[in-house]
Design a protein around this ligand. Sequence first.
Ligand SMILES: [Zn+2]
Length: 685
Amino acid sequence: MPSAAPLNPLVSPWTGPYGGVPPFDRVGVADLAPALEQAMATQLAAVEEIAANPTPPTFANTLVPLERASLGLDRVATVYGIYGGCLSDDAVQAVEREMAPKLAAFGDKIFQNRRLFDRIRAVYNARESSGLTPEQQRLAWHVHGEFVRGGAALDEAGKAAVARINQRLAELSTAFSQNVLRDENEGFVLVDDAAGMAGLPEQQRVAAAEAAAARGHAGCWAIQNTRSSVEPFLAYADRRDLREKVWRMFVDRGAGGGATDNHAAIAEIIRLRAERARLLGFPTHAHWQLENSMARTPERATALMEAVWSPAVKAVRREVADMQAVADSEQAGITIEPWDYRYYAEKVRKERYDLDEAEVTPYLQVDKLREGMFFVAARLFDLHFAPVPEGSVPVYHPDVRVWEVKDGQGRHVGLWYFDPFARRGKRSGAWMSAYRSQERLDGAAAAIVSNNCNFVKPAPGEPATISWEDATTLFHEFGHALHGLCSNVTYPTLSGTSVPRDYVEFPSQLLEHWLETPEILGRYAIHAETGRPIPAELVGKIERASTFNRGFKTVEFLASALVDMRLHLGPPPADPATFERDALAALGMPAEIVMRHRTPHFSHIFSGDGYSAAYYSYLWADTLTADAWEAFTEAGGPWDGEVAGRLKDSVFSVGNTIDPAEGWRRFRGRDVDPAALMRKRGFTE
Ligand SMILES: [Zn+2]
């Protein structure tokens, strides 16, 4: 008797403690492609069964099984995503190149299933008269909209055209990301005498020496082409010519003119997106992208950006004048250029606020701050964290640790995985992932979420200490994690952080504020050597410097966000480099600043559709954040139980089951007031 092929462990439901956990101990890279293929085939078969159902369409016989059908691929995609983001190497990248177009085609097959769409449309049209709960009506509205935006309502020729475009976009996006990654991995500036490293903190000098040795230049220093190596160099290196060289290398990622140049790919991506939007009945890609966002239209998103632009540029003028004054007083004989900005900003910070970043870092230990975040979760949301027993939950790397989360009655809420340190093969930046979304489709599934950062790993036995900015990032990502853990919904599609992109950063940005509270700093900002809490005087300096350099940060962000929006609003440019230059000139971009992400390496908008025409989302969400924080300060402080309760009930627990604008009004009692953002950034006169 022939035996059936064993089921790939990635496809089967997860087993083990806590309702099942990802089987990291039983899989490898070789399992990824077959598991994806198997899960896609299973889902397509399930979808076909729904579409072919002879009984009239209802919510229960159409949308419920459709939700269930995607859970298998969700499980595989979780592990596939972890390999791509945390364990990447040549083998994983080859799998990505192979699978990206297949996954795009798979998505199109589902969106373009005519009989399935007819059933979804029938359920959607009857949503208000068929006795559905508000959450079910919201799901019907959401799924119907996604199908329409995916091309479900087109004729056969239109569907084929959209599918062809999506195929090509998947290839182009994968190539775009891999080009940026190659420039970042391979580029470096070699410094061959110690004088070139003058001004840099010890930690950076050691890292640069190690990087040089690894590249066969022992005895020299290599500044790598990544943000974490470039930004400290620009902030501290005294040698101006080297700062310029490093700056040029970094801002030209993806623009070098060789095999990794992204300009042709960008032009094609923008053209294809515009064509797809037109096929789908939208005037531009930006209109297509924003239809379901909180902003709803490119005009409203642009209006907010433009309202902030002028005060931010004014703030930059003040910052540059301060820096020029320092340079003049030192008789540097220079005019501030983009490679001088971070360097002189540090000098102004020391002079004006007497704040030295290096003095703060020893108080910011990752382990202690993590306990501080748990304190915040307990006080605000009654969530309690405890490490799982050693070895009880498999992890994908020895650095990863896992905590169980319970509510105040001791009931299981979920799991939190924490992967704090940088390593080769892990993408840069920090992020949260939902391994399993909370839902109650067939019995209760508890949330499994993870936080990932790129902190420098300390020597064995040493505590990991981080900068103020990194500590803020740590709290930010924990905000996303709490958004996933607080979720209390029925349908997976509407769970946790599955909210519009310009809303999802609101809970995370809000959480950042608790770092600066006296309760957290007093108890958890403990000096790594002396064990003493951070002195009140130093906290005062941090507070006074809180709006420092906000002009720079806002302008470098907004320049990227505005160029992103314009690229996707007008006719596709033939030459993206010229377009970028002209758009910045039209904006009146200060000459001392460059976009945070120039188009040739703007991964948010070109590594996938994700943040395209949507990079403004961070600003939109920060408008909500600033106003929400004032709800706490007006009520008497960050620990006010009633405001925290409303925040949980109307924002953190509802996922996408209600319109975000409605959730916001329930929380705040009114629409958002953008003046709070101006106050937060110090843009009020
Ligand atoms: Zn975020």
